[in-house]
Design a protein around this ligand. Sequence first.
Ligand SMILES: Nc1nc2c(c(=O)[nH]1)N[C@H]1C(S)=C(S)[C@@H](COP(=O)(O)OP(=O)(O)OC[C@H]3O[C@@H](n4cnc5c(N)ncnc54)[C@H](O)[C@@H]3O)O[C@H]1N2
Ligand code: MOO
Length: 418
Amino acid sequence: MPEMISVEQARDLVLSHVSQLPAETVPVLDAAGRVAATDLQSDIDISPFAHSAMDGFAVRAAQLEGASPETPVELDVIAEVAAGDTFDGEIPDGACVRIMTGAPLPAAADSVVKYEIVRNVEGDGRPGSRVAFDAPVKLRNNVREAGEEARAGEAVVHAGEVINAAGVGFLASCGVSEVPVPRRPRVAIISIGSELVPPTEVPTAGKIRNSNGYALSASARAAGAIPTLLPIVEDSLEALKAAVVAATAEYDFVVTSGGASNGDFDFIKPCVEQTGQLFMTLVNMRPGKAQTFGLVNGTPVFGLPGNPAAAYCGFEMLIRPALRKMQGYTNLARPRVMARLSRDTKKKDPRRIYLRATLTKDADGAYVVEPAKNQSSGLFGVIQRSNCLAIMPEGFEGRTAGSEIECILLDVSEDVAI
Ligand SMILES: Nc1nc2c(c(=O)[nH]1)N[C@H]1C(S)=C(S)[C@@H](COP(=O)(O)OP(=O)(O)OC[C@H]3O[C@@H](n4cnc5c(N)ncnc54)[C@H](O)[C@@H]3O)O[C@H]1N2
Ligand code: MOO
C-alpha cells in the first residue's frame, strides 16, 4: 500500500470497489432526479392524434388558395370541435370547422388558421357564422402531428438517463406509471470520539457536540443516499470494531469520522486492517489527509478525519462520487469553473488545498473567487457561508490576486453542464 496517494487515485480506488445497486420500482411521481435502470417505452403515439396548436378554424389549404385582402375567401362555419371532442363529418368546399387548441384535426381538414387573422362576416365565429380569410394558409399550418415526439413501442427514456421534472411528465404521457431505478445506497454514519455528545446536550468540560455526524448525514442525503446516524462510538478499538462490523452487515456503505490519524486513540486504521482489507490511509489533500478506505465483510468502509472541514471535503471528493455511481449516475464530478482570485494566496503546505471560498461574478460577468479568511479545518460555519472549493494545486507555489484558479461548485449537480 503506497503511503500517500493523489485525490484522483483515491477517488478511483473507492469507485473501483462499488457497483450500481439493484433496481427498485418507484412511482413515476418519485422518479425525478433518479436514473432509469431500463429503457422505458411509450404505449401510444405521442401525440396520440394530430391536433390543433391554436384556437381558430380548421380548413383544407386548397380552399384558401388565392385568398388576399382584395379577394378574400369566405367560408361557412358548420361545426365546432373542442379539446376532448372529435369531428368526423365532411367539410364541403365552402365550409370550415371552428377548432380549439388541443382538439383533434378533423380528417376532412389539413390546416388551421388562428382566430386573430380571420374576420367575422356574419355572426360571432361560432357555428352558423360566416368568416373571411385574407391570405392563403400553408399545408399543416398550426397542426401538431400524431407521433411527433414518439411512436407506440418506442423507447422514450433510455437506461442510464437521469429523469428530470419534464421527464416525469413525458413518462406520464407515455403511460409509464412506475419506473425501475437503481436503489439508493443505505449509508451508516458513525462518529468516533469519547469527546462527543449529541447536539441535544450542552457539552461539559472537554466535550463537544457531534456536528460531523449531522453534516455527513446531510451530505449523504444530498448525494441521494439514505443515511442512518448510528450512536457515537468511544475511542476504543474493540468498541469501534464491534460497531463497524455490525454496520457492514446492514448497510451498503459505512462512513466514520474521527480517529483517522496517528494519535494514541485513533483506531479506524487498525479496525479496518483487523476486520477486513485496508486499501488506503493517506491522500494528498488539505483539509483531510488522513482518509482511510477498505472493505469489511465486502462492504466499503470509509474513515474520514475528525476535523469538520476535513471530513466534509473527504466526503465531497471521495465518497459522493461512489454513492452516485451506486445509483447509476455517470457524471461523477461537480461542475468546475475558472475564476480570478480576489487576493494573493500563499501556500505553505505541499498538498493540494481545497480553499473554502465564495464565487461571484464581476460587472463584466467574469467569475471572481474570494477565499474565506479563516481556512481552519475545524470550522463548519465557513463552509455554510461558502459556495465553492477553490483548488490550489500540489506544491509550494502560491497564487497572486487576479490569477485564474479552478473552483468546484458546491451544491450544484454533476449533471449541470457549465
Ligand atoms: N501529530 C499530528 N497530529 C495531527 C495531524 C498530524 O498530521 N500529525 N493531523 C491533524 C489533522 S490535519 C487532522 S484532520 C486530524 C485528523 O485526525 P483524526 O481523524 O484522528 O481526528 P480526531 O483526533 O478524532 O479529531 C480531530 C478534531 O475533530 C474533532 N471532531 C472529531 N469528531 C468530531 C465530530 N463528530 N463532530 C465534531 N468534531 C469532531 C475532534 O474533537 C478534534 O478536535 O488530526 C490532526 N492531528
Ligand atoms: O486533515 Mo486536516 O484537517 O488536513 O487539516
